[in-house]
Each structure stands twice: as structure tokens, then as C-alpha cells.
Design a protein around this ligand. Structure first.
Ligand code: SF4
Length: 699
């Protein structure tokens, strides 16, 4: 793609894919992005992975929405597949005025708690802020959420509970100051590839990398210890490691006394979790568990990184509680080379959560139940008070549609018809809605159900800030114009809000950012002008010249008495355990070349060229038993549904497991997944379903 010497202009922006937040330079010619280079951002230091470097030409794809669309009166039933290149049987073109009027009227007519909103971690901080404000101010309640609910909500719940803050305590780059690091339930080589390069370098200079995952993920080749534990047994394994630290008195007594609470309860709770007993549960030998405990506790500086293998369980919050306890008991928070770091998924899932795009918190994780907090916001907004009740989460909203209490949804940049667990349940809910407004850049699977589609902008077509996994607020810049009549998302939100009677008059994202700062202390000392100049500032920033604090909580925590808390965790079995009918374990995730529901990367020439076909991975012995050759097809069936898909041979997957990427609409992984959720983070158990695997005959 592109000729590296042939461009008219270069524009600095941020990669739109993962939470690493690599800074990029977009090379533009004749109004089109021709190619992309990595530049020297704080997270990437010039590096890019294949998605950042080659995953951009979807922005000029023929399928881009260029005009507002309204469902035709004589359209076939909602939910039928709309050809994104030929939609005229289903929709008619409309002017912006007409489409916005119809969109707003439908939502207004339903009104109040009958309306919910799904925002997006793909949009900017300003757009996320406006979205939650529109639902809260416009409909008086908190039924607004986004894909953090499917990603790290349980990690955030555990961090808020025990550390007092939902963000990382140290940037991933701090690994260069560590001598030991744990990476658990994460596959950075595929999902956070540039972060993975720093992890590999850490091992090259002698750092000990402890990798824990039911799959033999790519980092195992660099690991001092690879613990391929049984899926869903994280708590037993982590408690056994902590048991050894207690038993052998390897904990940091001074740190515990100065900065924590509830230690005695944690210590007592761990007494039963001997490595010998837990080895039978998690499948890791007792001596290995002891060695890992000694290695971690013996480190001068150690970090813990985790991904969705930890969070996407009905016990995801408990998993994260264990990791927090492990860091606290060894005093591995708040110093160079130490810390807790949930590797955030989407490029702006941290920022969207910070901006209040969640049903229980206003911006900066301020509780909606706090009267003073709501007053502070409504004063700035010049509006009436709204509900003090926590709103519904992504999956609860779909249940509420089935129950009949939610009748209208405004979806900005999310694709629940692909991303929700037990997706047929979500699709049935979307089909039941009286009014669905979808704002996106393509006709997504969710837009198949839309009454109105509002054509939005891709990342290279708008300016705004995004916040990466490192708490780095970074400036994205408009490099090219949106196609046809497509508009920037913030503009669409403002126009819709005007028609809902909210009296908004923002004229730029900078104006929105200035309003956000009024009630977000995390943005102190960070201004739009500063970001224009410096491209990135880490929060918290202590002065107008401070680039921001890479490490936080050196002197206590934002909790009562400044103390972090130990919250003991017990073993809870996965919800959908294998039996005679469904004897294997299904786990879902991403693969390097594709992003989430595939709407962008499957329209990127290079990425789709590399991975053009839906696939799953099985151990060679499993394939042999099934009589299926690598590249042949299998049928996967769970209690929710069935798909047929090409099978790859992969020794990294244990013989009783199947790994299934979720980017492929033609074999949608979420037809199979279990909607049971973690009680605290309300995150579904995407990482564990009982499944039957059979040979399939493809005709
Ligand atoms: Fe983009 Fe993430 Fe790859 Fe960086 S590591 S280029 S942010 S996808």
C-alpha cells in the first residue's frame, strides 16, 4: 500500500486499534491516507505493529457511509443482512436535517428510562463525554455503557474497591526498571504487540518473565516460567502462590503495615490454599507454584500485567483481587519497576471510562449516587438533576429490551449484534426495539436493525483526545475529510442533543475538553493547547511542565486512610462446565491481524489478505481424534448455538480446549458464548463455555 516517498502532507495522530496508543504519522496525498509511519510517542518510541502500519485503508473503502439513511417503510424485516454496498432495498437517503429529526423524535417519543445508549471506546474522550451527557441530561438516568463491560469492567471493579482508582498504577514501559514481571491471561504478542516488544527486551537484559495462561501464548518463548494452568482456575493458582509467600514469610511487613488494611483476614483466608492441594485444581505442580512465589516475592521491583483472560470470567473481579493482593503483600506498587497494569483493550477504553461512559460513574469515576457529585455536573451543564440510581450495563440493557422496559437505543460506534455474549439474544433484542439509531462508518451487523443510520467519521477524519492503557492523554488530528456527507461524531451528537432540547452549542472538541476539565481532576494541568504542542501528557500531571506521573501511589492510595485493601477471594467454578454432551472448553479472543468485530480490519487490504478466513485453533491430538486434517472444518456447538469453521493445528492450545477469534461474522464466536456475568463488574464469561467439537462436512 502506498509509495513511501509520495505524499503532500503528514499529520500526527494515534493508532485507532489497541490500548497501547502508538503515535503515528499519516502520510496524505490527494485527500487520502497513503501510508503510515510510527513516530516517537511515549508508549511506542517509533514502533508499530502490522495493524498500526497497514490497517488504515478501510477509511477509503467503498462501503463507507456517505449520507444519512432512514429505513424504508416497505423495507424487509429488521435484522436481515444488508449488503453494505447495496442497501437501497432497506434504506433511503435522507438529508441531515430529516435524519436527525427522525432520530431525535423516535428517542424523545419513547423518553426517560425507555431509552438507553451504547457509546464507543473507538471515539474520542470528548465524544465519550458528550455521549454520556446526552443520555443523562436528555433522558434523566444512567442507562449508558460501552465495551468496557465486555473487556476490563471486573478489573476496574477490583481496582476501585481495593486501590481506589480504576487505572494502571504504572505504565507498561516501567518494565524496564523491573527485574520480575508476571503476564497473566494476556497475549500481548497478538493483542498489544508493541507493548510485547518492551516485554521481550526486558527478558533480553535478564528480567524474569512469568507467563500464566491456559494457552501457550507467544511470550512463552521468552518466559523464565510458563504456567499453562487449567482454564478458570486462576484464584486457586494465585492463592497458592500467596500461601507460599505467607508461609515462608516472604511478604513486606513494613509496606503492609504502612499502606494496607485487612491483611489479617487475607492471611487467614490463604491458610487453606496449600500448593499441594491447589496443584490438583489448577494443574500446576506445587514446586512450580513455590518457585514462582519465591521469584516474585524476591524481586527488587516487580510488575503484574493482565488481560481479558483474567477479567472475562464470572469470577473476573476475584481474579483481579488476587493480583492486587499479590502486589500489595510484596510491596510492589508505587516504586520504579513495580505496579499493577491491566492491559486495556481498545485505543480509548481508558479514556471513555474516565469520561463517564459507564452506568455507575460520572467522569473521573465519581459515583452517580453521590448528590454532591451530580450537583457539580448539573451546575456545569445548566440542567436538572438526574437519577441517583446506577444505570443498566450492556447486557442488562438487552435483557431490559426483552422485558419491554427499554424500547429505544442510540448506538454510537458499537456493534452489539456481533460483540454481545449469546449474540442471538442480543440480535432478538435489537429486532424488538421500537427505535434504533446507529451512528457508524459502515453498515454494521447492528445497523441491520437500525431505523436511522448516521454516517460518522473514522479516526483520521477528526480531531480529539484519546487515553491509552498508560494513562497517557494523546492528541489525535484530522488528516483527511470524511467521505460525502459523513460528519465528525461530536458534531452529530451536538445536533442530536439540540433536537432533544438540550441547548448545546459546542463548536469544537476543544470546547468540550475545556468543559470536561471543570469536573475532572485527572485532567488538571492538561490543556488542549498543551496536547497540541506536546502530543501526550500522562495523568496525573503535577504542573504545566510535568509530563505526568508514570508511577502513582508511592505514598498511599486514594482510599480511606490512604490504605489499599486486601479482599480475599474464594474459588468459584465457571458457570458453564463441560459435561458428557459438551465435553470441551471454548475460549474466545483476538488475533493479531483483526480487530474486534472486524468492521475495520476485514476491510483493510493487507490485514484481510493475511487472515481472510474464519478459523479456530485445536491441538493436533484433538484434530487427529476428530479425523480432521489441519485446514479442514469442524462444527462447534454450545448450549446457545452452533457454527462451522476452519480448524488450525496449534500445539499451544491444550487438547481439551478450542480457541476461537471473534472477528468473523460468517462464524460469529458469540453465537456460542455464555452470557453469565461477574456479579461486580457485570462482565460476561467469554473465556469459558462448554463446547462440543465435531468434524464438519463443508459443501
Ligand atoms: Fe496500533 Fe496497538 Fe499495534 Fe500500536 S500495538 S500499532 S496501538 S494496534
Amino acid at each position: 500500500i502506498g509509495d513511501s516517498a509520495d505524499f503532500d502532507e503528514e499529520v500526527k495522530s494515534i493508532c485507532p486499534f489497541c490500548g497501547v496508543g502508538c503515535q503515528i504519522s499519516l502520510k496524505v496525498k490527494d485527500g487520502k491516507v497513503k501510508y503510515v509511519d510510527g513516530i516517537n510517542g511515549p508508549a511506542n518510541e517509533g514502533r508499530l505493529c502490522v495493524k498500526g502500519r497497514f490497517g488504515f485503508d478501510y477509511i477509503h473503502h467503498d462501503h463507507r457511509l456517505t449520507k444519512p439513511l432512514i429505513r424504508r417503510d416497505d423495507a424487509p424485516a429488521k435484522g436481515l443482512n444488508v449488503d453494505p454496498g447495496n442497501w437501497s432495498e432497506f434504506f433511503r437517503e435522507a438529508t441531515w436535517d430529516e435524519a436527525l429529526d427522525v432520530a431525535a423524535k423516535g428517542l424523545r417519543d419513547i423518553g426517560g428510562r425507555g431509552v438507553a445508549g451504547f457509546g464507543s471506546a473507538k471515539c474520542t474522550n470528548e465524544e465519550a463525554y458528550l455521549f454520556q451527557k446526552l443520555i443523562r441530561q436528555g433522558f434523566g438516568h444512567n442507562n449508558v455503557d460501552h465495551c468496557t463491560r465486555l473487556c476490563h469492567a471486573s478489573s476496574v471493579a477490583a481496582l476501585m474497591e481495593n486501590v481506589g482508582s480504576g487505572a494502571v498504577t504504572a505504565t507498561f514501559n516501567e518494565i524496564e526498571n523491573a527485574d520480575v514481571a508476571i503476564v497473566i491471561g494476556a497475549n500481548p504478542v497478538e493483542n498489544h504487540p508493541v507493548a510485547a516488544t518492551f516485554f521481550k527486551q526486558f527478558t533480553k537484559r535478564g528480567g524474569k518473565l512469568i507467563v500464566m495462561d491456559p494457552r501457550g501464548v507467544g511470550l512463552r518463548r521468552f518466559a523464565s516460567h510458563m504456567l499453562q494452568f487449567r482454564p478458570g482456575t486462576d484464584v486457586s493458582m494465585l492463592n497458592a502462590i500467596m500461601h507460599v509467600i505467607v508461609e515462608e514469610k516472604l511478604y513486606d511487613e513494613q509496606y503492609i503495615a504502612a499502606y494496607t488494611e485487612n491483611w489479617e483476614a487475607e492471611k487467614a483466608h490463604l491458610a487453606d490454599f496449600t500448593p499441594e492441594k491447589m496443584a490438583a485444581v489448577c494443574g500446576i505442580e506445587a514446586e512450580v507454584l513455590r518457585d514462582v512465589a519465591r521469584t516474585f516475592a524476591g524481586a527488587k521491583a516487580a510488575m503484574i500485567f493482565w488481560g481479558m483472560g483474567v477479567s472475562q470470567h464470572i469470577h473476573g473481579t476475584d481474579n483481579a483481587r488476587c493480583l492486587i493482593s499479590l502486589a500489595l503483600m510484596t510491596g510492589q506498587v508505587g516504586r520504579p519497576g513495580s505496579g499493577l497494569h491491566p492491559l486495556r483493550g481498545q485505543n480509548n477504553v481508558q479514556g471513555a471510562s474516565d469520561a463517564g461512559l459507564v452506568p455507575m460513574f460520572l467522569p473521573d469515576y465519581q459515583s452517580v449516587m453521590d448528590d454532591g457529585v451530580r450537583r457539580a455536573f448539573t451546575e456545569v451543564w445548566g440542567s436538572e438533576d438526574f437519577s441517583a440510581q446506577k444505570g443498566l450495563t450492556v447486557t442488562e440493557i438487552m435483557d431490559a429490551v426483552h422485558e419491554g422496559s427499554i424500547k429505544g437505543i442510540y448506538v454510537l460506534g458499537e456493534n452489539p449484534a456481533m460483540s454481545d455474549p449469546d449474540v442471538e439474544h442480543a440480535r432478538d433484542a435489537l429486532a424488538k426495539l421500537e427505535h434504533l439509531v446507529v451512528q457508524d462508518i459502515f453498515i454494521t451487523e447492528t445497523a441491520n436493525y437500525a431505523d436511522v443510520i448516521l454516517p460518522a467519521s473514522a479516526f483520521a477524519e477528526k480531531s480529539g483526545t484519546v487515553t491509552n492503557t498508560n494513562r497517557q492523554v494523546q492528541m489525535g488530528r484530522r488528516a483527511v475529510a470524511p467521505p460525502g456527507e459523513a460528519r465528525e461524531d461530536w458534531w452529530i451528537e451536538v445536533e442530536l442533543a439540540k433536537r432533544l432540547g438540550l441547548g448545546w452549542s459546542y463548536e469544537s472538541p476543544a470546547e468540550v475538553f475545556a468543559e470536561m476539565k471543570l469536573n475532572m481532576r485527572s485532567l488538571n494541568n492538561i490543556t488542549w493547547e498543551r496536547l497540541e504542542r506536546e502530543n501526550a501528557v500522562t495523568y496525573p500531571s503535577l504542573s504545566e511542565t510535568d509530563p505526568g506521573q508514570a508511577i502513582v501511589f508511592a505514598d498511599g492510595f486514594p482510599r480511606p486512610d490512604g490504605r489499599a485493601r486486601f479482599t480475599p477471594a474464594s474459588i468459584i467454578a465457571p458457570d458453564d462446565v463441560p459435561d458428557a454432551d459438551f465435553p470441551m472448553i471454548l475460549t474466545t479472543g483476538r488475533q493479531l491481524e483483526h480487530w474486534h468485530t472486524g468492521s475495520m480490519t476485514r476491510r483493510s487490504t493487507v490485514l484481510d489478505g493475511l487472515e481472510p478466513e474464519a478459523n479456530c485453533s485445536l491441538h493436533p491430538s484433538t484434530l487427529r481424534k476428530l479425523g480432521v486434517a489441519p485446514g479442514g472444518h469442524v462444527r462447534l456447538t454450545t448450549k446457545r448455538g452452533s457454527i462451522e469453521i476452519m480448524a488450525r493445528e496449534d500445539r499451544a492450545v491444550s487438547p481439551d480446549m478450542v480457541f476461537l477469534p471473534f472477528a468473523y461474522v460468517e462464524a460469529a464466536a458469540n453465537i456460542l458464548t455464555n452470557p453469565a456475568v461477574d456479579p461486580y463488574g457485570k462482565i460476561p464469561e467469554f473465556k469459558f463455555s462448554a463446547v462440543k467439537v465435531e468434524a464438519a462436512v463443508v459443501v
